[in-house]
Design a protein around this ligand. Structure first.
Ligand code: R5P
Length: 344
């Protein structure tokens, strides 16, 4: 749209001249979040901006937007995750995201908002042993150097990670989707909500309050990377329907061990809900072999093929679309969660 600067009618002693043109909201998506991006743009009744992504023969990535994004608020949807369909690793997705941000900066977008519902590397948010990197912090620095003005993300592994950014972080949660599912589908049974490790206690306490059920805690040890062992159960699971609530399903080891423990302690049946279903390695087999009767995740990460029928995916697109709309309009984002998005 061409714009006119009306100096003739501007107040002579004012401090600003208004241009009289409308703000533009544009949305694009990387190849790791094509489907989620399409759900968001269809809810906004928009066509996505083509980011013109290509992979060269040597594996380098290229990006060139298919139209002008000058002056627009550009929302770039890309979880930092693998995409089986596109043959991407999380590192490919991250590099692609950085290039999309950088291209947008040099194409003079007004605001660049990275929408990364799954923030890859978030589990490496501190040094747990000497000589390790703090990878989640490095990802934050990379996003800022590339040129983001803002980050929209969902159920960070640790909410404190927001402090890695000097830019604004909108921390969304999928908990309303998951609590609603439990209330609608499992809610009439004798429920207990289970925290699979100490890190999820606050989340599970809030989840249990929302669904009106008691909660129990498991004591998890990681004797080696990727190995989960459950020790004690703190709380009553006997004759209960147990719902394990976690933020991430990686190898499925945590959930399988947690499900076995609560069944050994006398639970009648066991389900699991989590925001980010990575299902890495042999996760589907591990979970299929476990006592879990059902698993619900959201679509922050594309569901790998071969999921057993007990895995169900719900969409996070409604919450993300609402957030995008509100950020664009400078409306309250926490209103979506009645102010409780920082509590999880
Ligand atoms: C750990 O603190 C997380 O909340 C998850 O429990 C963990 O990342 C799940 O990983 P996995 O499925 O590989 O056991």
């Amino acid at each position: 749209m061409s714009k006119a600067l009306d100096t003739a009618t501007a107040p002579s002693l004012g401090t600003a001249i208004t241009a009289g043109y409308e703000k533009r909201l544009m949305v694009t998506a990387g190849r790791a979040s094509q489907e989620l991006g399409a759900k968001i743009t269809s809810r906004l009744a928009l066509e996505p901006v083509d980011p013109g992504l290509k992979t060269f023969a040597d594996g380098e990535v290229y990006c060139r937007y298919g139209e002008s994004i000058r002056g627009a608020d550009l929302f770039i949807v890309q979880s930092i995750c693998a995409s089986e369909r596109e043959g991407l690793t999380p590192n490919d997705a991250l590099m692609e995201l950085l290039l999309m941000i950088h291209a947008a900066k040099h194409a003079s977008a007004h605001r660049i908002i990275a929408v990364c519902p799954w923030y890859g590397y978030s589990r490496q948010d501190k040094k747990s042993a000497p000589r390790e990197p703090i990878s989640a912090r490095l990802v934050a620095e990379l996003l800022e150097v590339a040129g983001i003005d803002r980050l929209v993300t969902m159920d960070l592994h640790a909410g404190q990670m927001q402090g890695f950014f000097s830019k604004t972080v909108d921390h969304m949660t999928a908990m309303p989707i998951l609590t609603q599912f439990v209330q609608d589908n499992i809610g009439d049974q004798d429920l207990t909500i289970i925290a699979p490790d100490a890190g999820r206690v606050k989340l599970v306490k809030n989840f249990a309050r929302k669904v009106g059920a008691p909660y129990a805690l498991l004591e998890k040890e990681r004797p080696a990377q990727g190995v989960a062992e459950i020790g004690h159960v703190i709380g009553d699971v006997k004759d209960k329907t147990a719902v394990i609530v976690d933020d991430i399903i990686g190898t499925g080891g945590t959930l399988a061990a947690a499900a076995q423990t609560v069944m050994d302690e006398g639970a009648r049946r066991v389900y699991a809900v989590a925001t980010h279903g990575l299902f890495a390695g042999n996760a589907f087999q591990t979970l299929d072999d476990s006592p879990l009767e059902g698993i619900v995740v959201t679509d922050t990460v594309p569901l790998r093929s071969g999921a057993p029928s007990m895995v169900r995916q719900l969409t996070s697109a409604d919450i993300l679309t609402d957030s995008i709309r509100r950020i664009f309009l400078d409306d309250s984002v926490s209103e979506i969660f009645a102010g409780e998005n920082q509590l999880f």
